[in-house]
Design a protein around this ligand. Sequence first.
Ligand code: NAD
Length: 277
Amino acid sequence: MKGLAGKTALVTGAGSGIGRASARRFADEGANVVVADIVESSARETVDLIEAAGGDATFVEVDVSDLESVQRMVDVAVETYGSLDFAHNNAGILTGFTGAAELTEEKWDKLLDINLKGVWACMRAELPVMEAQGHGAIVNTTSEAGLVGMGGLSSYSASKHGVVGLTKSVALEYASRGIRVNAIAPGPTKTNIQSGMLGIAAGSRSLVDRVRMAIGMVRMAIQTLRFEFDTSAMRDVPMDRIAEPEEMAGAVAFLCSSDASYITGHTIPIDGGQAAD
Ligand code: NAD
């Protein structure tokens, strides 16, 4: 991938799933990587994996819904590596299948704060650094649920539609200033996001948390089945399989590379064909 070696990439939600795969891919391409996550233990595992493969990575603890914490993350990135060339604003949660009328304000606010405000907060801190450098590429993670509605996932879908609009708007603001802003819209991908259902941080290792996660998975399966009868919450994947996180990471690396130098404001579905259906 052209133009990534020797540069600095920041990835949020890098302790697990898509963020970990993206961080590892940036490192494989020769970039220095800032591994940012709210869960230190799993993010440190990502750093270890990168270092074991000969890469350079630095952990930064961040809560993307907290503007001060996000600003600190970007400051550490610049202090550590001297620049911020790429950002993958990827951290997100999924709180489970609930009808819109049954959602609590607390659950709505928490999800929107992380999934939508968090992406804005990251860009708010990253853009001035990139503008001062005169270049930069940002990739936000939205979802297939950001392109179509999903019954039972209204807050998640609203947050992810928001990320699509935010991506387009910021891309327009910065198109003539050397900064490209795009998004990926993953279809179903093998990650720990289901753990967010119980508010358990991904990467958690305690037995109690594992049992609670297992219970949460069963609950989610039941909720999914219930909603499948009523709605099209879970859509078929034409390719008949769910994605590996590495398949998302490839698109992130491409969008940051110089091969994508004329691409901005777009959301790329990586969904085994779902968007075509
Ligand atoms: P994951 O749960 O495996 O990873 C998410 C990571 O984000 C975790 O390491 C978690 O600790 C971190 N995180 C959560 N809240 C945070 C916060 N406030 N601040 C910083 N970090 C925080 O899930 P994933 O599937 O890899 O999800 C990554 C992104 O991909 C999310 O935005 C998700 O909505 C999106 N997505 C996932 C799928 C899928 O099927 N897995 C599909 C579409 C979109």
